[in-house]
Design a protein around this ligand. Structure first.
Ligand code: DCM
Ligand code: DCM
Ligand code: DCM
Ligand code: ZN
Ligand code: ZN
Length: 273
């Protein structure tokens, strides 16, 4: 996701957290300048250029055949080389590092930011797909603009921005405000805690939950994201019927990302104390 998607996942999660866990998270992040969990959520994208080895941690490359056949093989689909890893190993490593009492506080702070970010990305369907580099190499049009758009960036950003009503090139302030409002709308008047309790939260054996989330995300590739086929996707404006059909999927994935992140943080922090 782009900034709005990541911030919204984090804000939804925060609304589901117990007061104790909210305070614990705020203390670890230790911001004193108005920044919040939404800024923590986008940090792994900000440092990606300075730390190129972290780039493969944002996705897993299902080598399936969409739109005919979807499916994820683990560990086969996790990185080109064993040393690269993928979003599954990264979430595992940083969840474990966070809970280890020997971890230095600054490392624990970074671990928390990575966990918040990766649980967001695992819910972006194209972050669980190898084909055309997760859709990056499928040129598409959105709102009549056909350059600088590809299927991946449309799902990371364009659909989200149109859905929350901000321009594609929105300011940082517009994005933050839109994410807060969207999170409020997705959560509703009150966070339904029975949803939180129903979620997978095995932080000791993290791959079970994360693979289930990644497979659910990957299933959308065949059910919707690439279903119309390459020919249709590259010759139609995706801001029309395609956008309309994508909205409920994006809303579901972002909301579930937030609820699952909240359950994960509750479990992770309970074990770290
Ligand atoms: N942080 C940051 N930028 C840095 C170093 C750290 O954003 N260059 C993180 C660590 C702190 C938080 O942000 O928890 C606030 O840091 P600061 O008060 O240094 O802005
Ligand atoms: N940063 C942060 N939290 C940290 C460390 C860095 O938010 N704990 C921010 C500050 C910089 C950017 O990330 O803008 C890159 O910092 P670095 O490459 O030093 O990690
Ligand atoms: N990406 C992905 N799967 C890949 C390669 C990249 O999901 N196999 C994602 C990471 C970024 C976006 O696509 O969100 C753009 O990647 P890059 O910056 O590597 O072009
Ligand atoms: Zn992306
Ligand atoms: Zn990312």
């Amino acid at each position: 996701w782009g900034e709005v998607g990541h911030r919204t996942v984090a804000y939804v999660a925060y609304r589901y957290l117990s007061l104790n866990t909210q305070v614990y998270v705020d203390n670890i992040l230790n911001y004193h300048d108005g920044r919040d969990i939404g800024d923590a959520a986008i940090w792994p994208d900000q440092i990606k250029y300075g730390r190129p080895y972290t780039a493969p941690w944002h996705y897993i490359d299902a080598r399936d055949s969409p739109p005919t056949l979807c499916g994820l093989n683990y560990p086969a689909d996790c990185g080109d080389k064993e040393s690269d890893g993928c979003i599954i190993t990264a979430l595992h490593n940083y969840t474990t590092l966070f809970m280890d009492p020997k971890t230095h506080p600054l490392t624990r702070q970074e671990a928390l930011k990575y966990v918040i970010h990766f649980i967001g990305d695992i819910h972006q369907p194209l972050h669980t797909e190898d084909a055309f580099r997760g859709g990056n190499e499928i040129p598409v049009c959105f709102r009549k603009a056909c350059s600088h758009h590809n299927l991946h960036s449309v799902w990371d950003r364009d659909i989200v921005h149109k859905l929350v009503g901000i321009p594609t090139a929105a300011t940082h302030e517009q994005e933050t405000k839109a994410a807060k409002d969207w999170a409020d709308r997705l959560v509703g008047v009150d966070a339904n805690l029975s949803l939180l309790k129903a979620e997978c939260d095995d932080v000791v054996d993290p791959d079970q939950c994360s693979l289930a989330w990644a497979r659910e995300s990957n299933a959308w590739i065949c059910k919707y994201v690439m279903k119309p086929g390459l020919e249709w996707l590259s010759s139609n404006d995706l801001s029309l019927e395609y956008f309309d059909g994508a909205v409920p999927i994006v809303e579901y994935q972002v909301k579930m990302g937030g609820i699952r992140l909240a359950a994960w943080l509750e479990a992770m922090i309970a074990r770290a104390q």
